[in-house]
Unconditional design. Structure first.
Length: 330
């Protein structure tokens, strides 16, 4: 009968012989097989006669991948309709980005109870200061519009009616009769040939044009009057990328250049500044059509239900795409 410790002794002897063989191979310039949890790296000097040194490096146990750049906020039958990200600008300030993929949402422009000044009775009932009853089952998000009309920074067209004269050369958020949206310079990029325009909201010269930031982007005074003349205030902007996605950016303490950098980081080709100052910058979104709206910009002043109760200023509603005809004649 074999001795009870024979197998143990045999395994120990085999391990010693294997180690000796490996050492012999290394001394002859051979590379050992990488079969263990560590790898041996030989660093030989070509300018010194110092002996070869070895460094033991732990082998990687997992493969890490970068996180997805956009997080889903709202989804509907067409898929992800609203997604969110953050961007740290060169100034170190953090900007919130919200993207609406092309074909996954439609847009409505709403006129506020006091601005832009308009005959609300002459406009469709679902374009007034409140998200209308026929919109609410489809609402995915809503966000602020532009400056007051007395700032003289462009015009407004709503449901085919001129509220304030449109100005060539101004950055414009254009909504077509099918609810799709585009951003560009009025009279140059927009309207596109054959485009059926329903609504237009203009606000200042372009922040981004052809993928390039405005030459005045580092001059905050060129981008509107601010509370206490502060250079860093709440600001918002919107743009369109090469795929036709609409991207909103905003934050409660930003430079104009922060907005531009964030839009460019998202691939925006044409962009425009929207409203500024703490009281006006706002974006709310729901998890699905008609769901409860939640604030998306950290520190925004207005409650998430503001556009449901009614607002004094213009804003944009973002709706599920099946809210267009024949369910919602426009």
């Amino acid at each position: 009968m074999p001795h009870p410790y024979a197998s143990v002794v045999s395994r120990l002897l085999a391990a010693v012989l294997l180690a000796a063989g490996t050492a012999l191979l290394v001394s002859c310039g051979e590379t050992p097989t990488r079969g263990s949890a560590t790898a041996t790296i030989r660093r030989a000097s070509t300018t010194s006669t110092a002996p070869t040194t070895t460094t033991t490096v732990p082998a990687p146990t997992t493969t890490s991948l970068p996180p997805p750049p956009w997080a889903a906020v709202s989804s509907d039958v067409a898929g992800v309709a609203v997604e969110k990200d953050t961007f740290t600008a060169p100034s170190g300030r953090v900007v919130t980005l919200v993207r609406f993929p092309a074909g996954h949402a439609v847009f409505d422009l709403h006129i506020g109870s006091s601005d832009p000044p308009a005959d609300l009775a002459a406009l469709p009932a679902d374009r007034g200061p409140t998200l209308a009853a026929d919109e609410r089952p489809f609402v995915l998000a809503a966000f602020n519009g532009g400056f007051k009309m007395n700032a003289g920074q462009g015009g407004v067209e709503e449901a085919g009616q001129i509220v304030a004269p449109l100005v060539e050369g101004m950055a414009s958020f254009v909504i077509d009769v099918d609810g799709s949206a585009h951003v560009g310079v009025w009279g140059r990029d927009l309207p596109r040939p054959g485009e059926s325009v329903a609504s237009v909201r203009q606000n200042q010269p372009p922040l981004i044009s052809g993928g390039v930031a405005s030459p005045t982007i580092n001059d905050p005074a060129a981008w509107g009057a601010t509370v206490n003349a502060s250079r860093v205030v709440a600001r918002s902007a919107v743009g369109e990328d090469a795929q036709g996605d609409i991207v909103f950016v905003g934050g409660m303490a930003l430079y104009p250049s922060d907005l531009a950098a964030a839009l460019l980081s998202a691939g925006v080709v044409d962009g425009m500044q929207l409203d500024i100052n703490p009281e006006w910058v706002q974006l709310d979104a729901a998890a699905g059509p008609g769901g409860a709206l939640a604030a998306q910009i950290p520190g925004q002043n207005r409650p998430a239900g503001q556009y449901l109760s009614g607002w004094t200023r213009d804003f944009f509603a973002v709706l599920a795409p099946y809210s267009v005809p024949p369910l919602r004649p426009r």
